[in-house]
Design a protein around this ligand. Structure first.
Ligand SMILES: Cc1cc2nc3c(=O)[nH]c(=O)nc-3n(C[C@H](O)[C@H](O)[C@H](O)COP(=O)(O)OP(=O)(O)OC[C@H]3O[C@@H](n4cnc5c(N)ncnc54)[C@H](O)[C@@H]3O)c2cc1C
Length: 389
């Protein structure tokens, strides 16, 4: 074998997995389509990732958290969900500073850079950047991966981490439920005069959803969700007009808003793989579970899943057992399915409830918010889930 493990995709989850196997004695390769420069110093992509406490712990263990500049970490103290013009807000968290924060917000490109720095030079790890995987085959004995330069590499375990519309998943013959929602999400950093107090808001309005994620200083990440056709018009506005549009849609709650970065638009597609494992292969990150960003759990689940798989692989390697044994892969699949399916399903229901503006639905969501507010168990469960110690 050329390697013990080949990871396809050097995104944040693929890199985290490679890092999780540091010191295991396994020979690893990470194959990534992007050039080395883009991995080492990723460009901003507008995503602000809300990390749970558990994710912060994992990033700490991987040696990535300490590489972040504290000025680039924004505390998330409270989250409020609002519906239309109602003054009522469903609130999660909200107790203040320190360990009782809901979580932390960090830009995606900074997380990726920190993970790259942590993994760079790791013993036994080969980074094959600027290479696309064009084919994969697996059988009882090995996985064979073909690269765009014509080389074929072999390994005992293939790990696919090549995004939610994964080609490797297709080539492994694993199906997935893929939902193209016909909506797009625009993310844009904005400066404003008002104080956000570390409070994130998710506001479901007639015809759109707007969220405001609190960054350090008088700055927020505006996250606007609209049908894709309507989004094209807004994304093309000049910065002044875009600022006015966001201010209007947020009803001036934080004063006038000015974009400080290029807006980025993501068409919304959610995916859930039918299986997370096949012969000598496993799926991690968005390739296994492509969450809707509204519940901010895609990368949190990615970190959790890669940690589960890495633990099982390390244990098997330490005992001299097969690191891709069918039972091991089944255990990974079961554990990660149990961890992700409930929130994936709940998020789909939430999105259905909040993207349908017919009057009965608008009333239903108002009732649902009020009901949730009066059910302390629901609130404490959701808060615990969001915080995930
Ligand atoms: C607007 C937005 C906001 C979000 N907010 C949050 C949040 O608050 N909290 C949260 O937890 N998550 C959030 N997410 C989700 C999070 O960004 C993703 O879950 C995460 O980036 C997925 O990482 P990944 O490594 O699995 O996949 P990706 O980042 O998609 O990486 C896949 C990698 O594989 C490479 N690749 C693909 N095909 C090949 C191939 N054939 N050969 C070689 N390389 C290949 C690609 O170049 C890429 O680098 C958000 C997402 C969006 C869009």
């Amino acid at each position: 074998m050329d390697y013990d493990v080949i990871v396809v995709g050097g995104g944040p989850t693929g890199l985290a997995f490679a890092r999780s196997l540091a010191g295991s004695g396994l020979r690893l390769a990470v194959v990534e389509r992007q050039a080395l420069d883009a991995l080492a110093d990723p460009a901003p992509d507008g995503r602000e990732i809300a990390l749970t406490h558990r994710s912060v712990g994992i990033l700490g263990d991987l040696g990535a958290w300490a590489r972040l500049d504290p000025a680039d970490i924004a505390p998330l103290r409270e989250a409020r969900v609002l519906n239309g013009s109602s003054r009522f807000a469903l609130t999660f968290g909200g107790t203040g500073s320190g360990g009782d924060r809901l979580g932390q917000l960090v830009s995606n490109h900074r997380i990726r850079r920190a993970l790259f720095q942590a993994a760079e030079g790791q013993n036994g790890l080969t980074l094959l950047a600027g290479q696309t995987v064009t084919d994969v085959r697996t059988d009882r004995d090995r996985a064979v991966v073909r690269l765009s330069d014509g080389r074929s590499l072999t390994a005992r375990l293939l790990v696919a981490s090549d995004s939610r519309l994964s080609e490797v998943r297709d080539r492994l013959g694993i199906g997935a439920s893929i939902n193209r929602l016909g909506q797009s999400m625009m993310v844009c950093r904005v400066a404003h005069d008002g104080e956000h107090g570390g409070v994130a808001t998710e506001w479901f309005e007639h015809g759109h959803t707007i969220a405001m994620l609190p960054l350090n200083g008088r700055m927020s990440s505006a996250v606007l969700t609209l049908p894709s056709a309507a989004m094209r018009q807004i994304a093309g506005l000049d910065p002044e007009a875009l600022g006015a549009e966001i201010t209007r849609r947020y009803r001036g709650r934080l004063g006038a808003m000015r974009p400080v970065e290029e807006p980025r638009v993501y068409p919304l597609v959610t995916t859930y793989a039918n299986h997370f494992a096949a012969t000598r292969a496993a799926l991690i990150g968005d390739t296994a579970v492509g969450m809707h960003p509204v519940t901010a759990h895609g990368f949190n689940f990615g970190l959790q899943g890669q940690a589960t798989l890495a633990r099982l692989v390390r244990e098997a390697a330490a005992k001299g057992r097969d690191i891709a044994a069918p039972l091991l892969l089944r255990r990974y699949e079961m554990t990660h399915r149990l961890a992700t399916r409930p929130l994936y399903t709940a998020t789909a229901l939430l999105v259905g409830l909040y993207t349908n503006d017919r009057p009965p639905m608008a009333l239903a969501r108002h009732a649902a918010l009020r009901a949730a507010a009066h059910l302390p168990l629901v609130r404490s469960t959701v808060t615990r889930m969001l915080m995930q110690h």
